[in-house]
Design a protein around this ligand. Sequence first.
Ligand SMILES: Nc1ncnc2c1ncn2[C@@H]1O[C@H](COP(=O)(O)OP(=O)(O)OP(=O)(O)O)[C@@H](O)[C@H]1O
Ligand SMILES: [Mg+2]
Length: 582
Amino acid sequence: VYVSEIFREKSPAEFFKDNPELAGFSNPTRALYTSIRELFENAMDAAELLGVPPKIIVRLLPAKRFGLEAEDVYLLRVEDNGIGIPPENVPPAFCKVFYGSKYVERQTRGHFGMGASMVVLYSQARLGTPVRVLTSPAKKTEEGIEPSKRIYEFVMKIDLKRNEPIVLKRKKYRNKHRRHGTIVELFIPGDYSRARSRIVEYFRQTAIIAPYASITFVDPSLHVYHFYRASDEVPPPPKDVKPHPYGIDLETLQRMIAELKPKTVLELLTNGFQQVGKKTALYVLEAAGIDPKADPRRLSVSKLRKLIEVMQNPPPGYEKKIRFRRPTTESLSPAGLSNIERGLRKEVNAEIISTHSEVGSYSGHPFIVEVAIAYGGKASEGEFSIYRFANKIPLLYDLKEDVVYNVVSNFNRSNYGIRKDMPITILTHICSTKVPYKSAGKESVAPVPEIEKALKKSLRHAAQKIRLYLSAVKKERELKRKLSEYMRYLPLIATFSARLSMHKYPPPIRTLIDEIEEEVEKEKMRRLKVAGVESAEKDRTDRVPLRVFLRYAPEIRGRTCRISRTAVRIDHNPSAYPGPCI
Ligand SMILES: Nc1ncnc2c1ncn2[C@@H]1O[C@H](COP(=O)(O)OP(=O)(O)OP(=O)(O)O)[C@@H](O)[C@H]1O
Ligand SMILES: [Mg+2]
């Protein structure tokens, strides 16, 4: 019998519908968590790219309230005050797998161009319902932010076979209140009672790394978790930069030639790349045997290959001449050590926080690692509490797979006077134009040697201050013990010795005690100075009026919730937009 194989094509949308676990949608609990994450991260990116403090409201409400009769299905609605999306890009951004604005050399949470469409795909495959997006894009001008005059509404589905959007409804509204930002709304099946702790933890950790954001989460039982804004320092938006010679391949080089249309190879090297000066470019061309005036479009593939080879592995004699500076960090947007410190202080309530950061690069991609060690507060005892972040995303799953796990498990705590029973929190943040995630679900980072080294170094540096602090604590405690013993026994010894030597009065002991008291005080000051307590800031709160909360929630829960009647409004008023109607 002759058996023949049947061949057919599969679009990316179909592929991910059949393999959702590759993108973090492995079971209903995880899928709910991932859906919220993907939409929320887009919202945070959108606000940060515009350079405004993010104000994000996430609602997860029982679908029954919106006419969808099904158990364990929710309406997920994410609102942001970000840059918005030009209307022509809305359908593909949400309904085409592998379409996005973040395929550039720039640090953002998003990178793959598939998060939003995966959520839409998941919802559509399970429930058959569409996604609804409302957006008013903003332009950044010299005078400030200029929101569009219109709000655009789209209701859409994905054509799985073609991986293309199907627009079911398109409408325009007048942007009366001149708002900017986006609302995304869709139905998601899932198990909230199981996913709750992870979801809340995810928001809590985002509030640590981005304390300049105001985050509100309304859950299906109408509980509101509000993470107030505790910092005015929004990190500068990342800049879009040119590629670095160490980060390119043949395909990229050919695309650069086609897009930039440089007249000469010399121009290609000096204008197309970052960190390539004219002198080095000439050495490169000399080593590759290419005429600097040659037209790059006429170069053969083998010549182009040679060009890359020479830049990345200079031939003998050129090692010193062909060297490029580390890629620029302008494309990065780290959290900032002071933000990390504020965030940790707010959420962990530590006695002392020590931070350090290192800059580096791997394969042409720049990175910054930020590390903080906190002592005291809510850390779990015995093991370190570890908070991992990559491009400001909290990583809650797959700790043991992560590069940070290697580094922290090899960290020699006893060198720094840290005992096992001490409450220690370690926070690590890796930011890069390309974080080497192990999977598209973005849960763990691969052990790239350069990153591992920078993490180790930062941890050691940060631990120095903890060591000083702990030694001051120990000394203070010893002195206090000495003092209390002296206070107890010195008067007795004094009276006894007076009696023995037949003196009428015991010798003076006050000066001795004074001296020790002074020493204790000095040690305490030293400890406080190490901790930098005098510089610790007062708790700043972005207050939200009670009535706004009460509208969402009959009962308010959440540690970080602050309520006040004398408050600024949440000015992202949901009623300004037409209500849910999908
Ligand atoms: N809330 C939003 N505000 C502004 N633009 C958005 C928003 N949500 C999505 N976008 C746009 O849609 C594009 C696609 O989003 P999507 O989440 O699919 O991909 P991504 O964020 O680029 O990468 P990743 O798959 O890693 O999340 C984004 O690149 C962005 O341009
Ligand atoms: Mg995204």
